[in-house]
Design a protein around this ligand. Sequence first.
Ligand SMILES: [Zn+2]
Length: 429
Amino acid sequence: MATTAASTGPSRWQYLDKIRRNPGPFNQDSDVGDEALAAQDKAKILVIGAGGLGCEILKDLALSRFKDIHVIDMDTIDISNLNRQFLFRQDDVGKFKAEVAAAFVEKRVKGTKITAHNGRIQDFNEDFYMQFQIVVCGLDSIEARRWINAMLVNMVDMEDQDSLKPLIDGGTEGFKGQTRVIFPTLTPCIECQLDLYTPRAAVPLCTLATIPRQPEHCIEWAHIIAWEEQKPFPNLDKDDPEHITWLYQKASARAQEFGISGVTYSLTQGVVKNIIPAIASTNAIIAASCCNEALKIATTAAPALGFEESYMMYSGDDSIYTSTFKYDKKPDCTVCGEVAKPLQVDPKMTLKELLDSFALKADLQLKKPSIRAEGKTLYMQFPPSIEEQTRPNLEKTLQQDLGLDVGHEVVVTDPAFPTLTFRFILSFV
Ligand SMILES: [Zn+2]
């Protein structure tokens, strides 16, 4: 794009101004007055993530005339990012994503200030997050989403309207994506919706060994069974083309045997490395939708997602389909709910089995849980001295050895979410 009057002068905003200056069915005269218009200029907006989604979000926000944007990302640019993270160039490889993305957008959209923070969201405290009016997430990690969600819910002070920060969360996976808008404490939070992210189910080994139905099954067979039996190389290196070629050839032969098509070298690489392809157009669509919501919230030009329908899902692999729906708040949500969750267990299971099950439960997904019950510490991951002292409990059974019973309160914590306490009321199957 050439730098012309159209791209830098006031005419750049002519279409946006039309939306913002004209009263419509959803906004009143006061929403389009000078005071309301000036409010968007002062809005401070935080973007979390400067990757595939984040690059798009930063560009879209700047072109929606947000002028004070901050961005957090801990990552540096890798050569494999360049095909879709379009703010980065070959010379940027190794530099911080947040810094490079901020500088690029600032240069192209004059009058926009973007402050880059090269770090983790966990490095910042409540005072930092309090300065923003809206938070937009373009993250690929569930853990980071849960963390910022808990932070924003905890920050809400009912006496102070400014403490409520709308959270706009975008997410993509291959051809699928979603946009959610959360008004912390008022509408369902990310933790309320955690069971949407079911921990990935593995294909049963018997399917791999006996009746593969999909090309992926043949590749997993080569990866798990054939490799172990034949050990063509001492250790599987997923980045070594020779190793992947070996798996690809084994998988192809098996696919041919069962009349399955579709095994390719790149699919083999994808399945073995568990890669979900990142698709630039999905990122562009979801980022646009997120920024559309930010603009609606900041200007009241139209009703935003949130209070009624709060979740927009997009599916681009089977025609192009979107659906927007209402998600319900969970009364026993650990973050925004008020009651303890029920927890049904087998009384004969060991404490270790119980703790392992927390990693796989869709509504928990805790990797390093510590547990207390009825005021007693049963197992603590940290510090090492307490871990050692409580370790023998791991092999004990819940009812007989540890004395747990129906109706007991169990409290679980995890270092990934320092502000959260998961409370349960026990029942037996
Ligand atoms: Zn919740």
